[in-house]
Design a protein around this ligand. Sequence first.
Ligand code: CTP
Length: 237
Amino acid sequence: MAAPLPDRMRALVTAGPTEEPIDAVRFVGNRSSGRMGIALAEALLAQGFHTVLALGPVRSEQPELLQSMQALRAHPRATVLRFRSSHDLEALLRRELPMADLVVMAAAVADYRPAAVLEGKLKRSGSGLTLELEGVPDLLASTRGERKPGARVFGFALEPRDRLERSALDKLERKDLAGIVANPLETMDAPDIEGTLFLRDGSVHSAAPAGQRVSKERFAAWLADRLAEGLPRIGAT
Ligand code: CTP
């Protein structure tokens, strides 16, 4: 078993989708259960990190997620912060990144958002509606300057299988990451994952033989071990 981490080691995990407001009640968003990031926050706590979980608007009817959230809220080394839109998440990252030794961006950030938020509740009309959308900035790349010096930052990439590796390696470079977990589109919203970890040193790591899935909880425990590697530990030489 690995030596314990120094008390000050702090991990930041983002999880869940963003909702981009159209008006006071409507939004555009994407699908994400938040399950992978929540499991990862629990696994990093078990590794000894002070862990901040930044959680988006996940659906609350998932009983096992509610249980995990309760356990995280009660844990003395855990903090749970909530965000809704990509604007909220960007502000949260700018506040939290300077303190984080390890960052895992598992949040599914919307790619587009309404260019202007309408005031109040838009009246329904039978004649349709055209929305102007603007691109959401790449949060990992655009907040790069806020990272703590020496922080290890990891991302996730959900991609069609035929371009999984190529896209993941491109994002690793473009977003200036220590590593990226690539998983095929089929595992979105699923209880299990077929993830591959690509590290900046060119090494490739898998939790299971090619083509086999593991539960997100098992994958999280495996990933937490890999992510903590290379961080200074008490008693390590
Ligand atoms: N991400 C981000 N900001 C965005 C979109 C994504 O920081 N606006 C992060 C995600 O949290 C994830 C990683 O970047 O860790 C890869 O996300 P993905 O959606 O696969 O990549 P995109 O940059 O959006 O590229 P594309 O949609 O073109 O594949």
